[in-house]
Design a protein around this ligand. Structure first.
Ligand SMILES: NC(=O)c1ccc[n+]([C@@H]2O[C@H](COP(=O)([O-])OP(=O)(O)OC[C@H]3O[C@@H](n4cnc5c(N)ncnc54)[C@H](O)[C@@H]3O)[C@@H](O)[C@H]2O)c1
Length: 665
């Protein structure tokens, strides 16, 4: 059966053979065995409703085994035989080009070169699911292949509820992931309801079909480092020869050395797992691999002296590096950490003075002792960082819960008021005020032709547009424009494409709209094929996340989720091709609400109207909320936007004198 026929048949008419689990595939960890016997029966009953009754006897036994062995029912047998990757849009069977674009994006998220656990339909982050099981995938692709531009597919946590009549202007797909009644959103609720097959953790771009591989995290880390250097260097100083010290060369953290090179500094990333460090070295993501402390010290001093741009992986514990650099009086300009402190007791963070192998034994056999060692290490880690910051190092938390876990371990990381941490998070100090509050965020696009030449053309178009916009932009945002022009100039050279032909850059509403319009014009004149626009959820307006994206909101509203909900509703009737809203993502289930969109540009005048309406709202919704929270940069940005756009009327806060409040209570 050819690809198109297989897609069109959905659930096959004959029961497919049971399959061997493919070799060399990174399998998802076994999930918690959390269901009671009655709940396990319910999970099987739920999974069998996708299939005709005559298969139930055979499948019930098989699915019960999956539940026992893996904690979830993935329905491995139903994974299709054809290769899963983003094909050119023309290769998909479809009555709607918009639906074909969504199929392409789904297949990209499940491509084994892109996805972390492809057999379990997990794109990234250990649990970021596109679907809960293969039946949902098959049915969704069938619906997309048969739907028209007058229907909308509603998807509940991977499950395609069905096609409903709508209109050409409506989104083709509405996605929700992990939405729960608020009192039922504890981590174990995810374990339970996911095992029952009724919800899933969509992370951010996994469950919204908008993941583009490691390019996103490299770009985000580069922007963070460039802006962090800006905070500590004077205008005429270069980052060359200046040190950025950090830890971790794993899934996301492996982006740090590459970003360090693009930002133009010396980066030192300690990594306890020799395999992870060697992998990044082999992939060309880090220049040097050093496993000896004396050699590290000599090489770092040489790099400082010669004002080099170089990335160094040190195989060992990062605490040793912080302590030794202090003894040797090596000045660190920037310090951070990207170990996995969101999971400190199961191998996310390794204790100092104990070998990697011995640590892994302790995790399995003596978990309490392991925990004690981790907490002792965190106290030492913070102590060494404090010595450096006393000498002038700028340290920031990079969204990995370092300060949270260090504080829980009793480390000296609290501010004088004993409420705040003594160091900022990267969003509080860098991305929030320098990017999000001005509307700058991770805009991305995918060339649906699959042609690298189309990506080159779009890079050129984007660079031209940003250069023009920058010429007339106020000084407050010139740096952000410049950083992204520099990035897009070198984007091809950095060789970041994995999977679909995709690009990311940070732009504000004006930049995003002008780039999108220029793409639509180029499509209309046949210079390039159709383009999918989207963004990471880690953005200005899409995400309410008090410990990350909205950590620089100080009016008490950071624990509300109105902004994310308004964003997804607002985008949906302004022209998005699909929208999604998720519970969880990034910092954890129950801790964040995040939303995203996808929009197909097809070169038509309708697409031009829609891109202008939707991108304008998608950015300015968040700036309005940030300005109402009294953020100075957002107040500047929204007032500027109101001057340019007479139809925009946003409520502006009146500021109150501190003295008035100090005298009140
Ligand atoms: N800021 C952001 O935008 C952002 C984005 C994604 C992930 N994160 C967070 O960053 C963290 C890292 O994510 P990841 O996917 O790279 O995780 P990962 O587990 O793949 O990598 C972490 C690495 O740190 C190493 N490590 C642990 N303890 C160490 C120590 N004491 N010294 C040296 N090396 C040590 C581990 O061996 C591992 O390879 C997570 O907490 C994640 O939530 C932040």
């Amino acid at each position: 059966m050819i690809f198109k026929e297989e897609i069109l048949q959905g659930i096959p008419s004959e029961l497919p053979e049971k399959k061997e689990y493919p070799k060399e595939i990174n399998r998802a960890p076994k999930r918690k065995d959390i269901l009671s016997v009655e709940e396990k029966q319910l999970a099987i009953r739920n999974s069998l409703r996708y299939f005709p009754k005559i298969w139930h006897e055979e499948l019930a036994v098989e699915f019960a085994m999956e539940l026992k062995d893996f904690g979830r029912i993935y329905m491995y047998r139903f994974k299709p035989e054809y290769g899963i990757y983003a094909r050119s849009i023309k290769e998909y069977p479809a009555n709607s080009q918009q639906a074909a674009a969504i199929m392409l994006m789904i297949q990209n998220n499940l491509n084994p070169d892109v996805a972390q656990h492809p057999e379990e339909l997990i794109t990234y982050g250990g649990n970021g699911a596109v679907f809960q099981n293969w039946a949902q995938y098959l049915l969704t692709m069938q619906y997309l292949a048969t739907m028209t531009d007058e229907q909308t597919l509603h998807m509940y946590s991977g499950h395609p509820m069905g096609l409903f009549p709508s209109s050409k202007e409506s989104p083709r797909v509405i996605v929700t992931n992990g939405l729960m009644i608020p009192n039922h959103s504890k981590p174990d609720d995810w374990e339970k309801y996911n095992a029952l097959g009724v919800t899933q953790y969509g992370q951010m771009t996994a469950g919204s079909f908008m993941y583009i591989g490691p390019q996103g995290i490299v770009h985000g880390t580069t922007i963070t480092l460039m802006n962090a250097f800006r905070k500590v260097l004077s205008n005429d100083e270069s980052s060359k020869g200046k040190i950025f010290l950090t830890a971790g060369l794993g899934g996301m953290s492996g982006a740090q050395p590459k970003a360090g090179n693009i930002a133009g500094c010396i980066s030192v990333a300690a990594e306890v797992n020799p395999k992870a460090a060697t992998k990044r070295h082999k992939q060309g993501w880090v220049d040097l691999l050093i496993d000896n402390m004396d050699e590290l010290i000599t090489r770092v001093k040489q790099a400082q002296k010669n004002k080099e741009v170089v990335s160094i992986a040190y195989i060992g514990n990062v605490v040793d590096v912080w302590e030794k650099f202090d003894e040797e009086n090596i000045f660190i300009h920037l310090g951070s950490d990207q170990t996995s402190l969101h999971i400190p007791w199961t191998g996310g963070y390794y204790p100092v003075g104990i070998s990697y192998e011995e640590s892994n034994r302790l995790i399995r056999e003596e978990p309490d002792l392991f925990k004690e060692n981790v907490q002792e290490t965190l106290r030492r880690h913070a102590k060494a960082i404090n010595k450096h910051t006393a000498k002038g190092t700028y340290f920031f938390d990079y969204g990995n819960a370092f300060l949270l876990e260090a504080s829980r371990a009793g480390a000296d990381v609290m501010a004088e008021n004993n409420i705040d941490f003594r160091y900022p998070s990267y969003v509080q100090d860098i991305l929030g005020p320098m990017c999000f509050d001005y509307g700058f965020g991770p805009f991305r696009w995918v060339c649906t032709s699959g042609e690298p030449e189309d990506l080159d053309t779009t890079d050129q178009i984007a660079m031209g547009v940003l250069t023009k916009v920058m010429a007339n932009s106020p000084k407050e945002i010139q740096m952000q424009m410049q950083d992204n022009i520099t990035w897009i100039k070198d984007a091809k050279k950095n060789n970041m494409v994995v999977g679909s032909q995709a690009r990311i850059l940070y732009a504000d509403a004006e930049g995003r709209i002008k780039i999108a319009k220029a793409f639509n014009d180029a499509i209309a004149s046949d210079k390039i094929g159709p383009i999918v626009l989207g963004r990471d959820h880690h953005d200005v307006s899409g995400t309410d996340s008090p410990y990350r994206e909205t950590s620089n909101i100080y009016d008490g509203s950071k624990f509300t989720a109105d902004m994310a909900i308004h964003n997804v509703i607002g985008d949906s009737f302004r022209g998005a091709t699909w929208v999604s809203i998720h519970n969880g993502g990034g910092v954890g289930w129950g801790e964040v609400m995040n939303g995203g969109f996808g929009m197909l540009l097809d070169g038509t005048p309708e697409a031009e109207i829609q891109l202008k309406k939707m991108l304008f709202f998608d950015v300015n919704n968040g700036i309005a909320r940030r300005s109402w929270a009294r953020n100075e940069e957002a107040l500047f940005a929204i007032k500027r936007e109101m001057e340019r756009t007479p139809n925009l009327k946003v409520t502006i806060p009146n500021l109150v004198e501190d003295k008035l409040l100090n005298d009140l209570f």
